[in-house]
Design a protein around this ligand. Structure first.
Ligand code: FMN
Length: 468
């Protein structure tokens, strides 16, 4: 009897081992989703398999999957299947292409639960590099096979191709689209100067960045009596004491063709002259990236930056007080990593969306938020790597001091695995579990699954090296 029991145990063990071995492909219940719409750059997309039969997106555990052929067509990518290595190749270069035709529009119908194969064995290569796909929560997702067609997770693939993806729950639509067109842009220097010092510095900035230059000319010129700060009744004293005064500008400055604007001015009573606000309030800087610079007797730029950052429609990059020295200006421009603005898109990367974090000899890819703190972080990383001694905290995060402050825009957030946030304005936290607190979100790790990240970070303190 004892023998039979032992044999029975061995049998159970063998069977369970067998199921572990087979776990790389498993049959799962999946929704064949006939009602979901997919748009690409606002046009509805439909998909066919190799035999011209219409195929629909699949939904599994909150992730939507598209047939691989449609992905190739949608993202205008080459695609190749290698049955020997069980690999799918996407990208450019030496790959066989297969394309699927886009046909009319979706027929509405009932969704259906079908059996598909979750395939952990298939490797996906993009430009010959193996990809790990994760869903919006950081969990690893794998290709599905159904009816002879392989399906890939649409969010992960869109991210791979640098495309934005949104879900519209009202119309049941996945919207995939291009980011704003990156046209070749040149920078502009816009400045105000009452006595010529800022004008000189502005000329240097123009030279160092190969920008175009524009002067803000007041309708009513400032006389030396107007500029007398010892006189409580002088025009400038009165203007600076009244936050609502907006002196008129004589000239029309057209900066519509520029994405990056340097804006220069003298410091008056610790702030920017009100006429600079007159210019900003024309709205011409809205949606653009702006870098302030100033000249002064001794005051720093910070008071004026506090005023400027209230204009939230503008992407402000931290600026600097400069002296009328070509060297001083050249060093500053160099630290911004903008050599020539005709090459600025490639070189300055102030709008970069990706940074890296090296931890325990692995490089994490971090997709940044589109906010002021993230931009300031990129600016810092343009000149140097930032090393953070991050302490283990609470069983959910590694947190450490940046050694500098970034602009806070804190809100109550429930963090997810892989989230990177700014804490108290000068500390960075990398989450491997969830926590709810008031943070400014900086970005998210995109090249690591939740379990990989937990394992990588371990139980103790870690050193994070932030770099571009
Ligand atoms: C009305 C007025 C107020 C000023 N206030 C300050 C100040 O608060 N702090 C400072 O360091 N310099 C101050 N300055 C000095 C100017 O910032 C400095 O001379 C500047 O370089 C002048 O630039 P501009 O020649 O382009 O007009 C003030 C100058 C004026 C005319």
């Amino acid at each position: 009897m004892k023998k039979v029991f032992v044999l029975f145990l061995i049998l159970i063990l063998v069977l369970s081992l067998g199921s572990i071995c087979l776990a790389d492909t498993k049959e799962v219940n999946v929704i064949l989703n006939r009602e979901i719409k997919v748009t690409y750059n606002d046009a509805i997309q439909e998909f066919q398999n190799v035999n011209g039969v219409k195929v629909y997106p699949l939904s599994y555990e909150g992730t939507t999957y598209l047939p691989i052929r449609s992905i190739s067509s949608l993202f205008q990518s080459k695609i190749k299947w290698d049955g020997n290595t069980n690999s799918i190749y996407l990208g450019e270069g030496d790959l066989d292409t297969t394309s699927s035709k886009i046909v009319s529009s979706f027929t509405k119908g009932n969704n259906e639960t079908i059996k598909a194969l979750l395939n952990r064995d298939i490797k996906i290569y993009y430009n010959n590099k193996v990809q790990t796909f994760i869903d919006a929560t950081g969990k690893a997702v794998y290709p599905l096979s159904y009816n002879g067609t392989t399906y890939l997770p649409v969010r992960a693939v869109s991210n791979l191709f640098g495309l934005k993806i949104d879900w519209d729950g009202v119309t049941n639509t996945i919207k995939i689209g291009k980011e704003k067109e990156q046209h070749d842009s040149k920078a502009a220097v816009v400045y105000f100067s009452a006595t010529g010092t800022t004008k000189q510095v502005a000329e240097y900035v123009k030279d160092e960045t190969n920008a175009d230059i524009f002067e803000i000319i007041p309708k009513e010129k400032y006389t030396s009596e107007d500029l007398n700060w010892n006189n409580n009744d002088s025009r400038t004293t009165k203007e600076q004491n009244d936050k609502n005064v907006r002196p008129e500008i004589e000239n029309n400055i057209d900066i519509s063709n520029y994405d990056l604007i340097f804006i220069g001015y003298p410091i008056w009573w610790g702030d920017c002259p009100r006429i600079v606000q007159s210019f900003i309030e024309t709205g011409k800087l809205n949606g653009k990236t702006a870098i302030p610079f100033c000249t002064s007797g001794s005051s720093s730029i910070s008071g004026s930056e506090n005023t400027l950052k209230n204009y939230k429609e503008i992407n402000w990059i931290s600026g600097k007080r400069l002296t009328a020295s070509r060297n001083d200006v050249a060093n500053w421009v160099k630290s911004l990593n903008i050599k020539s603005t005709s090459e600025s898109k490639e070189n300055n990367n102030l709008n970069t969306k990706i940074i890296k974090i090296e931890v325990n000899n692995k490089e994490l890819t971090v997709e940044l938020e589109n906010n002021q703190a993230a931009k300031e972080l990129v600016q810092k990383l343009n000149s140097e790597n930032v090393v953070v001694k991050a302490l283990e905290y609470g069983g959910f995060e590694k947190v450490g001091s940046l050694g500098f402050s970034l602009t806070r825009d804190d809100e109550q957030i429930k963090t997810e695995v892989g989230d990177i946030v700014l804490y108290q304005g000068n500390q960075i936290s990398l989450f491997y579990n969830s926590n709810s607190w008031s943070y400014t979100k900086l970005g998210k790790v995109t090249n690591c699954t939740a379990s990989e990240l937990k394992e990588l970070l371990g139980n103790g303190d870690v050193t994070l090296i932030l770099k571009k």
